[in-house]
Design a protein around this ligand. Structure first.
Ligand SMILES: Cc1cc2nc3c(=O)[nH]c(=O)nc-3n(C[C@H](O)[C@H](O)[C@H](O)COP(=O)(O)OP(=O)(O)OC[C@H]3O[C@@H](n4cnc5c(N)ncnc54)[C@H](O)[C@@H]3O)c2cc1C
Length: 412
């Protein structure tokens, strides 16, 4: 009987457990998580913090789900070390879990700002359901907040402020939100969306230090220009630190994330990784890449499990990810790797409609759509097909994209 151990019960670990059970009804499967609850929908916790959604619909699996599938679930259990020679996982309680094949699906932990008082009471990071419960409580009882981190997770704090009637100051380091993927035209639409919900973007700013009261609760953020922003709480989303400490005594290669091939196999035999934590070989991009999105993590978990259970035939991870934002009056979608590429094409259609496409070697590798998402399926399909289309950007920037208007695909 093969023994599988999965570290992490997020969407990647959980989808791997489900796939392994389907592939191998006899196997021993153990899932270890340091959270106190089984899989829940991490995407929806922001709706909870916004006060829009009660707890129940956010939970995905209860403990029975694991029982029914004969999957051993260890909650509140932190993995401290892995010995890949002895093939054993050790927990904080000193328990040893032997494995034949191991999946590391531990994602990341939000990075703290390296400034004074960054761990003060009232300074929130946003990753777990517990975080969301705390943010909701703060937001419901407050008037003003500060937000730091001009990316996809930071904007969720802006949405919480909007929904909870909190006046927000969104302190950004550069001249716009998500400057790696958006030009000034695209970002301005997002800034207007923020202003509409009562959050003011502040540019060329950031946090130099936080001020606290006698009880150690945050009272203000001071930016590098000396400007002071009073707040009842602050939301910090400046990136993730990957959870890999337990691999320090192994030869598993890391490069700001765990390096895996397109089969989710690490550099050590019988050790796989999936989800946010991987730096995976992206067959569409033709290089190692990273992705922090729900759909991609789920598919990586499935692929890892298929390959862990396979004798010979392997399945490669080939995926165009999407990440959408629905907080404002207009929709927003990014797909693929919008921050990469060697060439870009973009157009503004109206005050709430904008599109940008990223190309590498003439092929689409990602993009951002604001306002009108209708071209998404055509653009993603062209990315999957790896068609060389950068020289026909005009067709791709038409308000309505018709792939039939493109010159026929050339043999590569
Ligand atoms: C607020 C918020 C909003 C988001 N919105 C979107 C969205 O709209 N669209 C989208 O596509 N994505 C979104 N994401 C990102 C998406 O949720 C993640 O990409 C996805 O959940 C990653 O799944 P994962 O399984 O790789 O990692 P995780 O979900 O992080 O799971 C890893 C698990 O491993 C556990 N763990 C870590 N270390 C250890 C250890 N040593 N021992 C035991 N357990 C350990 C962790 O506690 C955690 O439970 C959002 C994320 C957040 C936080």
């Amino acid at each position: 009987m093969t023994q599988y151990v999965i570290i992490g019960d997020g969407i990647s670990g959980s989808s791997a457990a489900e796939t392994l059970r389907e592939a191998d009804p006899e196997a021993g499967i153990t899932v270890v998580t340091d959270e106190g609850e089984p899989l829940y929908n991490r995407i929806l916790i922001k709706e909870h913090a916004k006060g829009k959604l009660p707890e129940a619909p956010i939970s995905i699996h209860d403990e029975e789900w694991y029982d029914e599938r004969d999957i051993e679930l260890s909650l509140n259990t932190h993995v401290t070390t892995v010995d890949t020679d002895e093939k054993v996982v050790r927990t904080h309680e000193g328990e040893d879990l032997p494995y034949d094949k191991l999946l590391v699906a531990t994602g990341g932990t939000p990075t703290q700002l390296p400034v004074e008082n960054s761990d003060a009471d009232g300074i929130h990071h946003f990753w777990t359901f517990q975080d969301a419960r705390r943010i909701k409580e703060s937001a419901e009882n407050s008037e003003q907040a500060v937000i730091v981190g001009a990316g996809l997770l930071g904007i969720d704090f802006a949405a919480v402020c909007g929904a909870q009637g909190v006046e927000g100051s969104y302190l950004m380091r550069g001249d716009r939100w998500w400057r790696y993927a958006l030009s000034a035209d695209g970002a301005e639409i997002m800034h207007e969306g923020m202003r509409d919900v009562g959050v003011e973007p502040v540019f060329d700013s950031g946090v130099d230090r936080f001020e606290v009261d006698d009880d150690g609760h945050v009272t203000a953020a001071v930016d590098p220009n000396g400007e002071r922003y009073e707040c009842d709480w602050a939301g910090v989303a400046i990136g993730l630190t990957f959870n890999t400490e337990f691999l320090r005594e192994t030869d598993v290669e890391q490069d700001n994330g765990i390096v895996v091939d397109e089969y989710m196999q690490t550099t050590v035999d019988d050790v796989y990784a999936a989800g946010d934590i991987t730096r995976f070989y992206d067959v569409l991009l033709g290089e190692q890449a990273q992705n922090g999105s729900w759909g991609s993590a789920k598919e990586q978990g499935r692929i890892a499990a298929v390959n862990m259970a396979a004798d010979e035939e392997k399945e490669a991870f080939e995926w165009v990810s999407s990440y959408s934002i629905t907080h404002f009056d207009f929709p927003f979608l990014s797909f693929g790797h919008p921050t990469l590429g060697d060439e870009h094409a973009e157009r503004k259609y109206s005050d709430t409609e904008w599109r940008r496409i990223a190309f590498k070697d003439g092929k689409i590798v990602g993009g951002v759509l604001i306002g009108d998402l209708s071209p998404q399926s055509t653009l993603k399909q062209l990315m999957r097909e790896q068609r060389v289309v950068a020289d026909q950007a005009e067709v791709l920037l038409e308000k309505s994209v018709d792939a039939d208007e493109l010159a026929p695909a050339q043999e590569q």
